[in-house]
Design a protein around this ligand. Structure first.
Ligand code: DQQ
Length: 581
């Protein structure tokens, strides 16, 4: 008697080798929706000043979350939430777009996958993750949307695991492998985004699914021996009240030694701590905790005692639905994220696309063990050309310095500052607990004692438009301790009144006198990604200048504070274009 695909899979997973492709029930639908690789020129206006040169985006249409990033047979795979219809509008079904790369900088498009092919994903395929099982078989767990718009979890395997490009995937007939039921008290509209699974010594795989009950955010835990039969644990791995729906959870270990190296998702023991990240649907923030994974109870204990809206964030600007994976080739943990537009849907439809991804970031635990450090992958530096190095110099209070001879709309800039303790430093009012609000009240033109100083990016020649990224230093009344505010101010970024120009801000935990202050800013036409002090804090902004486009764009260092500041290092590179689709 012929065994069905998944029955064989279970037997083989339990018993040893796996013969994928043999006797498989053919479920893969033909690629009937428009492929992400074909550009419909009639939908795209010729003038595209906001398309990026080295930040990932498909050639057209709507993209959101990164899904299932993995390295397989030496090739990096990026899948992403893609709406193949509707131009730049989100309205439409989701399938997974797919691109491959050898360096995570230059990408080649591959056919779409996970198109509707069975009841359990008939209305779309939402976010999910890849786990390598048995050491060599990639498995996708993702959220399928049923004809009743219920969220369920589905499983898919490559049709041919010898294909390093993993072009075709097969859904198992047992789908859905996890479902909301009356018994498990899961709401069918709040049950999505499986993590990469990890396995403990009891042989069970574990996976988290984002959920909520009323305002209680939940990281539901499921276990399985064979990756097909999943049983929900009695308790979630972690939950926190008044946080709403938890989307796209991510759970991974980080070495405690402070070295910038990553570790496999299943690693446990005294050399690691664990990070739990969730994406808060209510506030569109990616928050995370550093903590302890109690493997005997399958429970997570954040060091800070909680994971909620006031927790640490990967990025204090626009950065949502992020996901990490372990790159075992380079022993690094890589963080990817969706960066939504700040423009109106009408403008997105006009330009024919919406959504880009951040530059992949390497993440590791800071020596303090209290936060993560994030830094753009080293490979991005291969795009740098024609460095402009400015000598160490004083930037006087109230002045700007133009950084000449670079493609300022497409650049990578590093600047370091030395500041001295001065008599005229603004005092910090203890009621200023909201850095974002403080940045919007004390914008780049509001002079202080030390600061604002930083960069005016995507600036027009007459400074009618610019996106300011800067520091402002305060002193506490009581302790005389320094408080460093980092801001990304979009309020003057465009003469177009319609985009969202929210100002972003964060406090940087640094002693500015002893350690100095630095910025690295990746500028790419409509995105400004700013890293403070070697990756301690990050702010990403989307902006749409009307004058500061292409070669009309300028870049300045500025200091609009009263006191002078030293620039100890300034190197700016023009960036070459990458293959980004
Ligand atoms: N996007 C996906 C969901 C996820 C949300 C749908 C987060 O799976 O919860 O496109 O942006």
């Amino acid at each position: 008697m012929a065994l069905c695909y998944s029955t064989k899979l279970v037997i083989l997973l339990l018993g040893g080798s796996l013969l994928l492709g043999y006797g498989v029930i053919e479920l893969q639908a033909s690629h009937h929706v428009q492929n992400a690789t074909t550009l419909d020129q009639s939908l795209i206006s010729a003038d595209q000043p906001y398309r990026t040169a080295y930040h990932f985006q498909p050639v057209q249409n709507w993209m959101n979350d990164p899904c299932g990033p993995v390295i397989y047979k030496g090739i990096y795979h990026l899948f992403y939430q893609y709406n193949p219809i509707g131009n730049g509008s989100p309205d439409g079904p989701r399938v997974w777009g797919h691109s491959t790369s050898f360096d995570m900088v230059n990408w080649s498009p591959q056919p779409l996958i996970l198109e509707p092919q069975m009841v359990s994903n008939m209305n779309g395929s939402y976010s999910g993750s890849i786990t390598i099982i048995q050491g060599y078989i990639p498995a996708i767990l993702f959220t399928g949307i049923t004809p009743q718009n219920e969220q369920v979890q589905d499983l898919a395997f490559p049709k041919d695991i010898s294909d390093p490009y993993l072009k075709e995937w097969v859904l198992v007939p047992e789908n859905p492998v996890m479902s909301p039921t009356l018994e498990n008290n899961i709401n069918a509209s709040s049950f999505r985004d499986p993590t990469t699974a990890w396995r403990l010594s009891d042989g069970n795989w574990r996976v988290l699914i984002g959920s909520k009950i009323d305002r209680l955010g939940l990281a539901l835990l499921f276990r399985s021996m064979d990756f097909i039969n999943w049983v929900q644990a009695d308790e979630p791995l972690y939950s926190y009240d008044q946080t709403g729906m938890w989307e796209c959870p991510d759970f991974f270990p980080v070495y405690i030694n402070g070295f910038p190296i990553g570790v496999d998702t299943s690693a446990i023991g005294p050399t690691v701590k664990h990070v739990l990240k969730v994406s808060l649907d209510d506030t569109k923030r990616d928050i995370y905790a550093i903590g302890t994974y109690d493997t005997t109870k399958d429970a997570y204990i954040p060091d800070a005692g909680f994971l909620n809206d006031s927790s640490l964030r990967y990025d204090y600007g626009k950065y949502y639905a992020s996901k990490t994976f372990y790159d075992n080739l380079k022993m690094q943990r890589i963080l990817l994220s969706w960066i939504n537009e700040s423009s109106t849907v009408e403008d997105d439809i006009k330009k024919g696309w919406s959504g880009i991804h951040a530059i992949p970031r390497r993440v590791w635990l800071d020596k303090s063990r209290k936060q993560l450090i994030q830094w753009p992958i080293a490979e991005i530096e291969r795009l740098r050309v024609n460095p402009v190095i400015l000598p160490t110099q004083v930037i006087k209070g109230g002045s700007t310095i133009e950084i000449p001879r670079i493609t300022a709309a497409q650049a990578d800039v590093e600047i370091s500052f030395r500041v001295r303790d001065m008599p005229i430093i603004e005092r910090f009012d203890a009621s200023w607990t909201n850095p974002q609000l403080l940045c919007s009240q004390k914008g780049p033109t509001v002079s202080g004692g030390l600061g604002p100083f930083g960069l005016l990016t995507l600036a027009s020649t007459g400074l009618e438009e610019y996106t300011a990224v800067f520091f402002r230093i305060f002193k506490a009344y009581d302790t005389n301790k320094f408080i460093v505010l980092m801001c990304s101010d979009q309020s003057r970024s465009s003469l177009n009144p319609t985009p969202d120009k929210t100002t972003y801000g964060t406090f940087v935990n640094v002693d500015p006198i002893r350690e100095g202050l630095s910025l690295r800013v990746l500028i790419d036409h409509s995105i400004v990604e700013s890293f403070a002090n070697k990756g301690k804090n990050v702010i990403t902004a989307r902006v749409y200048p009307t004058l500061a486009i292409y070669d009309k764009t300028r870049l300045y260092a500025f200091n609009y504070g009263v006191n002078n500041v030293d620039i100890t290092w300034l190197t700016a590179w023009s960036m070459r274009k990458a293959n980004i689709a």
